[in-house]
Design a binder for this molecule. Structure first.
Ligand SMILES: *Cc1c(COP(=O)(O)O)cnc(C)c1O
Length: 341
């Protein structure tokens, strides 16, 4: 059966490097949203718990409840709490004043402030009214955070947003006393922001893609070596000789230039692997050509191996598909069996 191998030593390598940059593993908010970027939520949760991680980020409450017993704090990014009996370690990200007004009393919240991405979060000027609501509703105020739109690009935009976030901190620390608010945590850096700096100025960094082994900074930055955690394998279903001038697969998109041994492996776009349409060249980990169009449940490859590593690093694959490793990873079906080695 097609399956995913998760390389434990790579995960530890990445976590070690990132923890060192952040100033300790307790300063890392490990991002496990969307099935841990396709790696398997519970598997990754269990392993990073062993490594000492205490804070994680998930997409919704369903994900949070599955892994809550491993961690001290779980931040839910994209779900509005409704009919929810507050659990203090489950923190809800609040993205607007409207949402803040609707949060059940006593809920633990992290307030998102828009410092320039203009996607989500309250305006900087609305911090005052937010504080009033938080106070009135007896909310458990965990943190204030923001998100960078250009941390992985050369240029000054990252610094502009960072300065805006410094202003947010100043504003909060000034009004804190007036409103009798407590001290809260601050966090802003994603993987790229952490990787481009040598330390963080906040309490935590929220680290996703780098933990899974991808350094998304472009050329021009000093790039730390990270190691991709995921490797995808296919199993041989059948083998044949493709004779010269014979075509293979749907539409006969590949024509043999010589007699060659080819096999059909049990992994296709039905498993969430982006569909190769036969144009150009796409190769497996060991350089074997993928032949013709990918089918729903399989693909033909120039190989006779019983088991084949499809990829162990998505850098060239995501370039081929004109996308980013994130998209490739989260598309992989949760039905594929995953295990650590
Ligand atoms: C997904 C996400 C992250 C992690 O981003 P990476 O680039 O994968 O490190 C951090 N913060 C927020 C708000 C996110 O949505």
């Amino acid at each position: 059966m097609a399956h995913i191998v998760l390389h434990k030593n790579h995960l530890y390598h990445n976590l070690g490097l990132l923890s060192k940059k952040a100033g300790g593993i307790e300063k890392i908010f490990a991002v496990l949203k969307d099935n841990a970027y396709g790696h398997g939520l519970e598997l990754i949760a269990k392993e990073i718990n062993k490594a000492g991680a205490i804070r994680v980020i998930v997409r919704d409450l369903e994900e949070a409840l599955k892994i809550q017993h491993y961690f001290k704090e779980i931040l839910v990014l994209s779900e509005k709490p409704q009919n929810f009996k507050p659990i203090s370690k489950i923190i809800f990200a609040i993205n607007s004043i409207e949402a803040l007004k609707n949060v059940p009393k006593n809920t633990t919240i992290a307030l998102k402030v828009d410092t320039g991405m203009h996607r989500n979060g309250i305006k900087i000027d609305d911090i005052y009214s937010a504080c009033k609501i938080i106070k009135e509703k007896l909310l458990d105020f965990h943190s204030i955070f923001t998100h960078f739109r250009s941390a992985d690009e050369l240029g000054s935009e990252y610094f502009w947003q960072k300065r805006n976030f410094q202003e947010v901190k100043l504003i909060y620390n000034n009004i804190k006393n007036t409103y009798l608010m407590r001290d809260v945590f601050f966090h802003s850096s994603n993987s790229a922001a952490l990787l481009r700096c040598n330390e963080i100025e906040d309490d935590f960094a929220r680290v996703g893609i780098a933990m899974y082994g991808y350094n998304t900074l472009p050329k021009g930055f000093h790039k730390e070596i990270l190691k991709p955690v995921m490797e995808l394998f296919g199993e041989k279903m059948s083998q044949r000789v493709l004779h010269v001038n014979q075509k293979i697969g749907y539409g006969g998109a590949y024509t043999a230039k010589k007699d060659m041994i080819v096999s059909f492996y049990d992994i296709g776009y039905g498993d969430g692997v982006l569909r190769f349409n036969g144009t150009g060249q796409l190769k497996t980990t060991n350089g074997c050509l993928i032949l013709g169009k990918t089918s729903m449940d399989g693909m033909s490859i120039e190989s006779c191996a019983d088991k084949i590593s499809i990829f162990n690093d998505l850098t060239s694959w995501s370039q081929y598909f004109n996308t980013i490793p994130y998209e490739f990873l989260v598309n992989l079906s949760s039905k594929i069996k995953r295990e650590f080695v």
